[in-house]
Design a protein around this ligand. Structure first.
Ligand code: UDP
Length: 325
């Protein structure tokens, strides 16, 4: 029985992919150290608690299962934290990936779906951002994703290890039934923070800057529903399984929403008031990140199904109101 190893399968994006893999009759095996992830979020397949830094444990997983491919989600993913503690990012994101690739080589596993990020582009020089846009990450988080993409090209050339690197834009939303969703500690992301203000009916949402060169002065992002991210990973796995070559693909919708548009949308969906207060700009926030989404649609035949602002906010609200972890 061919298994798909999902590192970070207990995390926000990974857990939605694990569930989707199970639904499609595939066999996910989650490997997660639970530093950020949640055991309750793993709703399909086998779970092994382990750390990628523990190569013996990882080797054991490869030795005792027939692993066909790896989906690699386990990663530190906070821009601010990466600026404060770059070594943590180089050690964990790069070091752990090296260990994983070593294991994959030893056990002849040659298909990898990798979670990359639009942070590889740095401050964009043109919008929408296509895959040919220059790569110039402006923080250690983005740099680790950039270095890894470069490494993967060499692993492909030298060892025949094929990969699809998916450069996520802003992941958001939750499962349709409200069972799994986003739970970070502390929460820094816009949509959960807005909904926490709405639910608690107290406090104010900080708007980080309203003097950007955008129509309403607040930052514009390309929000993509986590279920659409999950289905893109499955499509990428299928792409590799059919023998196709390695690819680097943007994963977004191509539509941008400003911070104020998201707040207004959330007020509509929740029926609550969402008081806000303008603060200075947050360091490292580009005014606008919106992707050119044509390549992934063309190559993988994938299209977002849940990424309207309405569905994103409805599912995130359902999750927020009935949180299980
Ligand atoms: N943002 C905000 N207030 C918050 C959290 C985020 O104004 O409490 C803004 C942030 O400055 C950025 C956008 O919302 O322009 C999206 O931020 P998020 O942290 O969700 O994702 P990022 O784009 O940083 O990956």
């Amino acid at each position: 029985m061919a298994t798909i190893l999902v590192t970070g399968g207990a995390g926000y994006v990974g857990s939605h992919a694990v569930r989707e893999l199970g639904r499609q009759g595939l066999h996910p095996l989650t490997f997660d150290n639970l530093s950020e992830g949640h055991r309750e979020a793993v709703l399909s397949g086998k779970f092994v608690q382990g750390d990628l830094a523990d190569e013996t444990a990882l080797d054991q997983v490869f030795a005792s299962h027939s692993i066909d491919a790896v989906m690699h989600y386990a990663s530190r993913c906070y821009v601010g934290e990466s600026m404060e503690d770059p070594q943590l990012y180089y050690e964990q994101n790069l070091g752990n990936l090296l260990a994983l690739l070593g294991c994959m080589r030893r056990h002849q596993v040659r298909k990898l779906v990798f979670s990359s990020s639009c942070a590889v582009y740095g401050d964009p020089t043109r919008i929408p951002i296509d895959e040919e846009h220059p790569l110039d990450p402006v923080n250690p988080y983005g740099e680790t994703k950039y270095f890894i993409e470069r490494m993967l090209r060499h692993y492909d050339r030298a060892y025949g290890m094929r990969f699809v690197s998916l450069r996520y834009f802003n992941a958001c939303g939750a499962s349709l039934d409200g069972r799994i969703g986003e739970s970070h500690q502390p929460e820094t992301h816009l949509i959960p923070r807005i909904l926490q203000v709405a639910r608690q009916e107290e406090g104010q949402l900080p708007i980080y800057g309203d003097d950007y060169p955008t129509p309403d002065g607040t930052c514009i992002r390309d929000y993509i529903h986590v279920l659409d991210l999950a289905s893109a990973h499955l499509a990428a796995y299928k792409w590799l399984s059919e023998g196709n070559p390695s690819q680097v693909l943007n994963l977004g919708t191509g539509d941008g929403y400003s911070v104020r548009q998201v707040i207004d949308g959330a007020a509509r969906i929740t029926g609550r008031k969402i008081p806000s207060q303008v603060f200075p700009r947050r360091a490292g926030d580009p005014p606008q990140l919106v992707c050119a989404a044509g390549k992934v649609r063309r190559l993988l035949g994938w299209a977002p199904r849940h990424s309207s602002l309405e569905i994103i906010l409805e599912t995130a609200w359902k999750w927020e109101c009935g949180r299980r972890y």
